[in-house]
Ligand binder design. Structure first.
Ligand SMILES: C[S@@+](CC[C@H](N)C(=O)[O-])C[C@H]1O[C@@H](n2cnc3c(N)ncnc32)[C@H](O)[C@@H]1O
Length: 290
């Protein structure tokens, strides 16, 4: 039954030339590769935004986004085209590996403290999970240690949510009640908000992984990078992973999503022997170049 005055406009088909133009722009600026098979996602998201702007021509919208004053529109589009799905303690075996790594690391780093980095942190669940892990370990071992956790992402909207640290109860999933009570406070309505215990240790900032050479992070004890590079072509993943490797402290740990880069090796890194987790240690004696 059609509703009077209400109709959904069909998504206009892109020509192969238009697809190429948009795909090159998006991949060149964000690294995300929209293969021909993922064309319908690209098309639907562009068309959704074009509809809001009253446009139905992919070329006209392209001109608007790439115009000298198009940066605001570009930011809006990036929010639509990036996948923000995430969860607290998303991949349990990765967190277990990191926990046993940190147990030893805490004892070694009493003087200098610990630095952790969540790359492609989305709305912050991963970053806060890293902070909770360190905080729990320090609590259990009754140690005091300076530590900081940085979450970075290309999406300003996701980062704003991450900083706000407010999550609907249903988004907390299986997070143990003990952790909910210790690290969260009541938020608005049905939501819980991250409390001050973690806030003073965590910061969020915008970093596009295509611009890592400009990112100030260095000497990281842990770099967590999951479910970001899966949208990138293998050659680009390798470049980015090489740059992340340079930012690890000696003996630092890089954790990727399982299966994200199965055939990758790096001369300064040694793969962790664990068939559930894809992770690498930076070898001892290698000096950090950054
Ligand atoms: C699927 S989420 C992964 C979130 C979290 N790491 C996890 O595994 O649950 C992917 C995130 O990567 C971000 N992203 C995509 N391209 C990026 C880029 N070029 N630089 C930085 N972040 C990017 C997206 O905005 C999104 O928040």
């Amino acid at each position: 039954m059609s509703m009077p005055g209400w109709s959904v406009q069909p998504v206009p088909e892109m020509t192969p030339e238009q697809y190429d133009k948009w795909q090159n722009l998006l991949e060149g600026r964000t690294g995300n590769h929209f293969s021909w098979q993922r064309r319908s996602i690209l098309q639907a998201n562009l068309a959704g935004r074009m509809r809001e702007l009253g446009l139905n021509d992919y070329d006209a919208y392209y001109q608007r986004v790439t115009a000298p004053d198009g940066s605001l529109e570009w930011t809006t589009l990036v929010e639509r085209l990036t996948v923000h799905e995430t969860r607290f303690f998303r991949h349990q075996p990765s967190f277990e590996l990191m926990t046993s790594f940190l147990e030893k690391r805490i004892a070694e780093k009493q003087q200098s403290g610990l630095e952790l980095w969540s790359v492609g942190c989305s709305t912050g669940e991963e970053t806060w999970s890293l902070a909770m892990t360190v905080c729990q370990l320090l609590r259990q071992s009754e140690q005091v240690l300076r530590y900081s956790v940085t979450g970075t992402d290309i999406s300003l909207k996701a980062l704003a949510h991450a900083r706000q640290g407010e999550y609907a109860r249903r988004r907390l999933g299986d997070l143990p009640t003990e952790l909910q009570q210790r690290y969260f406070e009541d938020g608005s309505g049905e939501a819980l908000t991250i409390g001050s215990l973690l806030r003073e240790r965590v910061c969020f900032t915008r970093v596009n992984v295509l611009d890592l050479e400009r990112a100030p992070m260095s000497n990281m004890d842990v770099i967590f990078c999951q479910n970001l590079l899966i949208y990138f072509r293998p050659w680009r993943r390798r470049i980015i992973l090489g740059q992340l490797a340079e930012r690890l402290a000696p003996n630092g740990l890089l954790i990727l999503g399982p299966g994200e880069m199965t055939d990758w090796t790096h001369p300064d890194l040694q793969q962790v022997n664990n068939d559930q987790v894809l992770a690498f240690y930076r070898r001892t004696g290698v000096t950090c170049s950054k």
